[in-house]
Design a protein around this ligand. Structure first.
Ligand code: URA
Ligand code: SF4
Length: 231
């Protein structure tokens, strides 16, 4: 019988930390119970030297089938917003706080509906995210939504209060914003405004990266829980 998991992905970390080794090890992860029903582990993707890392919540239905992050509806919205912010997705490392799809089956349609991961599942999966951040060492991490933000910044972090600002985390500087799926769910009349605000946050990230390139010391040292918005 498939077990509920060991309690932490740390039990499955490989002895060498390279992206291919991590990806291969994560494919066999049983750190929490989510591996039991999902199709496969959806590991992060992108250049090993990416300066920007994007962290979502967990793969969705399409990501679970395809084995790649952000390829479904949220991914299309994300791609468009990145483009509007002048960020080339091919240069970005894209991953999730939780690497397996969590869902409930809708009774009549049998459709698999996204279910928010539990705190314990986010914690169990964090070693993969930490390992990815350690290898890639991005100058900036953008957390998409509260699951990613809280995985990186702790349970008290509130995206609603702190979105669009660069703050320090154990994994490096983080800018938190909303999750693209929240924009997809927004009612028609607020959706366009939500989307513009999302693009604005990504633009702040792009500018912050450009400044960090011009003055690399900045990337090492936004260590105050920075209140300074660069907007
Ligand atoms: N939502 C996420 O958070 N991540 C994905 O990869 C897809 C949808
Ligand atoms: Fe491992 Fe994360 Fe999948 Fe849980 S969700 S089994 S911790 S990879």
């Amino acid at each position: 019988m498939k077990s509920a998991g060991t309690g932490s992905a740390a039990d499955f970390l490989p002895s060498v930390s390279t992206l291919p080794a991590l990806r291969e090890a994560a494919a066999g992860c049983r750190g929490c119970g989510l591996y039991r029903y999902a199709t496969q582990t959806v590991f992060g993707e992108g250049p090993a030297r990416a300066r920007l890392m994007l962290v979502g919540e967990q793969p969705g239905d399409q990501e679970d089938r395809a084995g790649h992050p952000f390829v479904g509806p949220s991914g299309r919205l994300l791609d468009q917003a990145l483009e509007e912010a002048g960020i080339d997705r091919a240069t970005v490392y894209v991953t999730n706080a939780v690497k397996h799809f969590k869902f409930v089956r809708q009774e009549l349609t049998r459709r698999r509906l996204h279910k928010k991961p539990a705190v314990g599942e986010v914690r169990a999966c964090r070693p993969w995210l930490e390992a990815e951040a350690k290898v890639v060492r991005p100058a900036l991490i953008v957390a998409l939504g509260s699951t990613a933000a809280q995985s990186l910044l702790g349970p008290r972090f509130r995206v609603t209060r702190e979105r669009g600002r660069v703050v320090e985390s154990g994994a490096g500087p983080v800018l938190a914003t909303v999750h693209p799926s929240a924009i997809l769910r927004a009612p028609g009349e607020t959706r366009a405004a939500e989307q513009r605000a999302f693009v604005r946050d990504l633009t702040v990230a792009a500018r912050w990266l450009a400044r960090a390139t011009a003055r690399p010391s900045l990337a090492r040292r936004p260590t105050r829980r920075a209140r300074t918005s660069l907007r």
